[in-house]
Design a protein around this ligand. Structure first.
Ligand SMILES: *[C@@H]1O[C@H](CO)[C@@H](O)[C@H](O)[C@H]1NC(C)=O
Ligand SMILES: *[C@@H]1O[C@H](CO)[C@@H](O)[C@H](O)[C@H]1NC(C)=O
Length: 212
């Protein structure tokens, strides 16, 4: 009985400790959805994330302006290049990527909105302990909100406001630590002769919009 009390105290003390901003694991893969308040864009994507090599792969399926699209992109931030990959006809388009790599992390100056259990705390396996943080976007154009798990700093959701879309909400799920197929983070062999087109540099949100 005494042990149980002790354990409960330990657990309570542990949960009572104030959460700190954290960085997500450097290698992650899983799935995400992005949706916008004005309903222009909805997309489901498989993602692979490599914060050591500054590489991201997105394999998307979505709708933009009521039209469905598929989109496959490899972002190589160190080379400031991205590849749009058309696996079905084995072609690629290489484009400049003029944005910095941002590791998935809660910014150090974020403020804690609160800690909560997603699901239920009534039984084992029913709930997920998360922390929600908020702060100003880097360009001060508005606020963001980001939720990560208390244990492991795994991304759960992020939301931020843009003029074009209203709130843009990204939800992460089926995340696993590591990248099972690292080949997907290198350009396919048939991309080697892709030439860079100096037209439209890509920013992050435009990766979710294929206007074809
Ligand atoms: C998408 O479809 C809905 C329902 O048919 C319509 O109300 C809406 O205006 C359409 N949006 C666009 C951007 O075409
Ligand atoms: C390959 O497919 C993409 C996307 O469907 C298309 O834009 C491109 O023109 C195709 N390339 C060739 C050489 O057929």
């Amino acid at each position: 009985m005494r042990l149980l009390v002790l354990l409960t105290c330990l657990l309570a003390a542990c949960l009572a400790e104030k959460p700190h901003p954290c960085a997500s694991p450097p290698l992650l893969s899983g799935a995400l959805t992005v949706s916008t308040q004005n309903e222009k864009l909805w997309t489901y994507a498989r993602y692979l994330y490599d914060a050591l090599g500054h590489r991201v792969r997105l394999l998307e399926l979505g709708t933009y302006q009521n039209k469905s699209f598929t989109y496959d992109a490899l972002l190589l931030y160190r080379e400031a290049a991205m590849y749009e990959i058309h696996a079905h006809n084995r072609t690629c388009q290489k484009k400049p990527l003029k944005v910095e790599f941002h590791p998935m992390a809660v910014p150090k100056d974020a403020s804690l909105l609160g800690q909560a259990v997603l699901g239920s705390s009534s039984g084992p396996g029913q709930g997920l302990l998360v922390n929600t943080w908020t702060g100003d976007l880097p360009d001060k154009s508005g606020k963001y909100m980001t939720t990560v798990t208390e244990f492991g700093c795994i991304p759960v959701s992020t939301a931020y406001h843009t003029k074009e879309f209203g709130w843009v909400v990204t939800s992460f799920f089926n995340n696993v630590i590591g990248v099972e197929d690292p080949d997907l983070l290198n350009p396919p062999s048939y991309c080697s002769d892709a030439e860079i087109k100096e037209e439209e540099p890509a920013d992050f949100l435009s990766l979710f919009m294929n206007k074809n």
